[in-house]
Design a protein around this ligand. Sequence first.
Ligand SMILES: Cc1cc2nc3c(=O)[nH]c(=O)nc-3n(C[C@H](O)[C@H](O)[C@H](O)COP(=O)(O)O)c2cc1C
Length: 410
Amino acid sequence: MEDWIHLQDIKATLSESLEGKLIGLCVTGSIACVETHRLARLLIRHGATVQIFLTRAAAELVSPKALAWSTGRPVIQELTARCEHLEFFSGDKRADLLLLAPATANTLGKMAAGIDDNVVMTCLTTAAGNQIPILCAPGMHEPMMRNPAVLRSMKLLKEDGVEFLEPILAEGKQKMMAAEEIAARVLRRLGPGDLRGKGVLITGGPTREFLDPARCLTNPSSGLTAVLLAQEAYRRGADVILVYGPGKVEPPSWITTEKVVTSDEMLKTCLKLADQRKVDFVVAAAAVSDFRPSQAQETKRPTAEGGFELALETTPKIIQALRHALPQAKVVGFKASSSRDDELLAGEAGRYLEKGTVDLMVANSIVEKGLGFDSSRNRYLLCGPEERRESLGPGEKSRLIPELWNRLLV
Ligand SMILES: Cc1cc2nc3c(=O)[nH]c(=O)nc-3n(C[C@H](O)[C@H](O)[C@H](O)COP(=O)(O)O)c2cc1C
């Protein structure tokens, strides 16, 4: 099953998570099918091969020729003597997943009733009969979805094991789930599942420590590392929560996020979550400001008063508090350092290991050019007990973080 040559430019450019996976993308006649190009190409950017099947109503809304270009494969609009439903949903080369996106009210009703009268319905019938996972993203406005017959169809289909991708509210209207979130759900469904049932608490981003309402101490952390850590944990099936300072990178909507600003807020939020949730892993990736003004002013200090000396105090150690609150959890710290030298990096990390504050410290230098803070690249020195060390990178953080989770799970 070779893709057309022009697809090679985008294949697996975001990740290799879906490499070797075949996804049957069944498209029905909701106006949300204008999103199909983006959705198909996102899946391809994660490494998947995508085969599109179109109903007649869908083909009136989107161009089959353009979709064939998007996926680098001919679009299937009717069954022939080749028995495409068996070719793709039976036998050795069967698809790993059938994604029905968008799903119309009509198709949901037919599915629930076991009706099979077009190419998409025959693919659904075959996939369900062969226990191929079916993910279904309804594409319809709220009144259609409130229809008791549609609700009944969805209830029946859920009982039959179909996984629904809930619509979202945007611009005051109900819309099909966004392509990025659909892709994240596909990645999770086809992921290794090695964090399924595990609670993961991640801290990320910088904190701000105010000296007056207009000025603060902070650092250039973009928050990218924490967002990637959370996304990868989600892909592996974890129940993730991100406690996030004001980083430049916006966490995706499907990652449960508690936004905070100061180190004090981060500490309080982490302790509240430690109390409320089952936490198996703590990954402390936040660049918490280590110092804060000893006294903050309530009003903005006028520049006319001239320069002044600022007294600082240290902020609470969030990682220590979490270790204390969650003695059973595996605790991983990130240590940014201005040393370049691995011995010095490991020495700083060692102090936390000796005290038992962390089970693993990920040391990284903030003075190596193009790495670390506010960059998409980094190099990590993993420091474990008994002086175990391993270097990861330098490389793109998006490629290093999955490797890091592999190490955390051994
Ligand atoms: C412009 C247009 C937009 C439509 N949007 C939707 C929609 O969002 N959801 C839906 O369930 N049906 C929608 N329909 C109606 C379906 O296309 C119609 O029920 C059709 O029979 C579905 O066939 P299919 O399920 O085989 O694709 C729309 C029709 C048109 C012409």
